[in-house]
Write a protein that binds this ligand. Structure first.
Ligand code: HEM
Length: 197
C-alpha cells in the first residue's frame, strides 16, 4: 500500500480524510513547533557557549575512555535511528513490513533518543559549544539543531490535520542531523583511534 504524501496525518501516521472534508491547518499548528524547535536549539547552543566547559570525565567498566563510551553510545543511537527510517518506510508502504512496524518505529525512536541524551549532556556540560574546526563547528551546531528538530517532531506527532509531507520532512531533518553529528564525532573518533571499546 502506498501513501499519498499530501494526505492528512494523525499521531504521525496517515489517516483517511473525514467525511465533509478537512479544514485547512492554521498557521499556529506550524508556528508553535517551529518556535519551540528554535528555542530548544538556541537555548542549548547558548548554554554550551556561555558556560565554562567543566571537562568532567566518566568511564564505564570495559571502556578505555569517556570518548570511547560516548562513541559507542552515539553509534547505538545512530543504529536505532536507521531502524527508525526503515520502519517509517514500512509504515508509509514504501517497504514491505510486519504488522508491528508501528511498535518498532516507536520503540526504536525512544531508544535512539534516550541513548543520545547522556552523550549530548556530556558534550554540552563538559565540552561546550565549540567551533575550533569545521568538523567540531558542524558537530556542535547540528547537535543543538537535532534536539530542536526532535522537539518539533514530537509536537507535530500530537498535531492533527497536518499536510502529509510535513512529518516525513521534519523527521528526515532529525535523521540527517543525527547522521552528521555521528559522522563528525563517533566515526571520526573510530577513524582516529581505531575501533576499540
Ligand atoms: C547538544 C549539542 C552538542 C554539542 C554542543 C556537542 C559538542 C561536542 C564537542 C565540542 C565535542 C568535542 C569534539 C572534538 O574536539 O573532537 C564533542 C564530541 C563528541 N560528541 Fe558532541 N555535542 C553535542 C551533541 C552530541 C550528540 C547528540 C551526540 C550523539 C548522539 C554527540 C556525540 C559526541 C561524541 C561521540 C563525541 C566524541 C567523544 C568526545 O570527544 O567526547 N554529541 N561534542
Amino acid at each position: 500500500m502506498s501513501v499519498d504524501p499530501t494526505a492528512p496525518t494523525q499521531g504521525g501516521f496517515p489517516v483517511p480524510p473525514r467525511a465533509g472534508g478537512q479544514p485547512r491547518p492554521g498557521a499556529v499548528r506550524f508556528l508553535v513547533p517551529a518556535l519551540v524547535a528554535a528555542a530548544v536549539a538556541v537555548g542549548l547552543g547558548a548554554y554550551g557557549r556561555v558556560h565554562d566547559p567543566e571537562g568532567t570525565a566518566f568511564n564505564l567498566a570495559g571502556f578505555s575512555s569517556t570518548s570511547a563510551v560516548k562513541a559507542w553510545l552515539a553509534t547505538t543511537s545512530f543504529g536505532f535511528a536507521l531502524v527508525q527510517v526503515l520502519s517509517a518506510l514500512m509504515l508509509y508502504g514504501k517497504l514491505p513490513g510486519p504488522s508491528w512496524s508501528a511498535v518498532l518505529h516507536r520503540w526504536s525512536g525512544r531508544i535512539a533518543f534516550l541513548v543520545a541524551v547522556p552523550v549530548a549532556v556530556h558534550c554540552l556540560y563538559a565540552l561546550g559549544y565549540q567551533t575550533y574546526s569545521p568538523r567540531v563547528m558542524w558537530h556542535s551546531l547540528l547537535g543543538c539543531f537535532f534536539f530542536g528538530a526532535f522537539s518539533a517532531k514530537m509536537l507535530l506527532l500530537r498535531t492533527e490535520r497536518l499536510p502529509g509531507w510535513l512529518l516525513p520532512v521534519v523527521a528526515g531533518l532529525v535523521f540527517v542531523a543525527l547522521t552528521v553529528v555521528w559522522l563528525t564525532s563517533a566515526l571520526w573518533f573510530f577513524r582516529t583511534t581505531g575501533v576499540t571499546t
